[in-house]
Ligand binder design. Structure first.
Ligand code: HEC
Ligand code: HEC
Ligand code: HEC
Ligand code: HEC
Ligand code: HEC
Length: 168
């Protein structure tokens, strides 16, 4: 009987350790959704030297960095890698007049005010917030955009931590 109780207790302990381990693995798994087209930043930016601004054209001028249009991609892919099945998908979106339904990796709640322009003016680098995108084959979220993260950097950079800077 005593032995049975101990075995049961051991089983529960092992199960809860396992559950804890599974939970930790899940908690540490960074967010990197599969995209409708397997777009590879490392290939384009590092191997072929295409600059961030070429595709994210409005990042310094508007609140939204924007993702390039199908036409921008087809500027090259009319010719480059035209036989690839991934480029075939791109062509289909173009022929149907549809944008590629990219899944957002970074998104703030509506009640938070953010703009890229102010950050770029202050020479905060893309990589400070998005990590080394130029070496990612798939975009992976490196910061969870919690308020504490924004405020910590604002404090250390002597940027405003007034509530109304980010909420109004
Ligand atoms: C300035 C030119 C240029 C632009 C713009 C461009 N690409 Fe590319 N892309 C390339 C080059 C070069 C390669 C490598 C081709 C190779 O290895 O044969 C490539 C490769 C690819 C591949 C891999 C093809 C394969 O299966 O081998 C995909 C998918 C792709 N690009 C998608 C896109 C998408 C989506 C866009 C628009 C957001 C885009 N590209 C914009 C030049 C460009
Ligand atoms: C050839 C075009 C191209 C170039 C060059 C490019 N990007 Fe992108 N970027 C895309 C496309 C297409 C997506 C959407 C698909 C995806 O997330 O992979 C994207 C997505 C992103 C995202 C995620 C946006 C979100 O929230 O969903 C970030 C961040 C980003 N790019 C940063 C960069 C940085 C930094 C550079 C330069 C180091 C760069 N990109 C260069 C085409 C490009
Ligand atoms: C201070 C931090 C910070 C810096 C620096 C920064 N970003 Fe962002 N970026 C964000 C945040 C936060 C979002 C989500 C914004 C939202 O949802 O309103 C975002 C969103 C994006 C998106 C998705 C926009 C869309 O329209 O879906 C792209 C692409 C992007 N950033 C590219 C870049 C590039 C390229 C650079 C450098 C030129 C850069 N970012 C610099 C914090 C930053
Ligand atoms: C890596 C550092 C860093 C991070 C992370 C960061 N910021 Fe900033 N932020 C700055 C700096 C530097 C400025 C420029 C201050 C200035 O111009 O005086 C700034 C300015 C701003 C401004 C002022 C814009 C204006 O027009 O005056 C807003 C709003 C803002 N940040 C929101 C955010 C939000 C929201 C986040 C988190 C999602 C964030 N920031 C994350 C460094 C950062
Ligand atoms: C530099 C930008 C920034 C500043 C300054 C800032 N916040 Fe936030 N705040 C955020 C972001 C980003 C979120 C969203 C966090 C998330 O989605 O978890 C947020 C979320 C919140 C929320 C929602 C509650 C929650 O946890 O989701 C409240 C309430 C809030 N902030 C209050 C304040 C107050 C009060 C101040 C001033 C003392 C302040 N904030 C200053 C960026 C900021």
């Amino acid at each position: 009987m005593g032995k049975y109780v101990w075995t049961a207790a051991g089983g529960v302990l092992i199960l809860s350790l396992l559950a804890g381990a599974v939970w930790m693995v899940q908690a540490e798994e960074p967010y990197a959704p599969d995209q409708p087209i397997a777009f590879d930043h490392k290939l384009h930016v590092t191997d072929y030297n295409i600059q961030c601004f070429y595709c994210h054209t409005y990042v310094d001028r508007s609140p939204f960095a924007g993702v390039p249009s199908v036409e921008r991609c087809m500027g090259c892919h009319l010719i480059v890698a035209r036989d690839s099945p991934e480029i075939e998908k791109l062509r289909n979106y173009q022929q149907n007049g549809e944008p590629v339904p990219w899944i957002k990796v970074y998104a703030l709640p509506r009640f938070v005010h953010f703009n890229h322009e102010a950050h770029l003016r202050a020479e905060v680098q893309c990589s400070d917030c998005h990590g080394a995108v130029e070496s990612m084959t798939k975009v992976t979220r490196v910061h969870d955009l919690q308020m504490g993260w924004c405020v910590d950097c604002h404090r250390s950079e002597e940027a405003s931590v007034d509530c109304l800077t980010c909420h109004y």
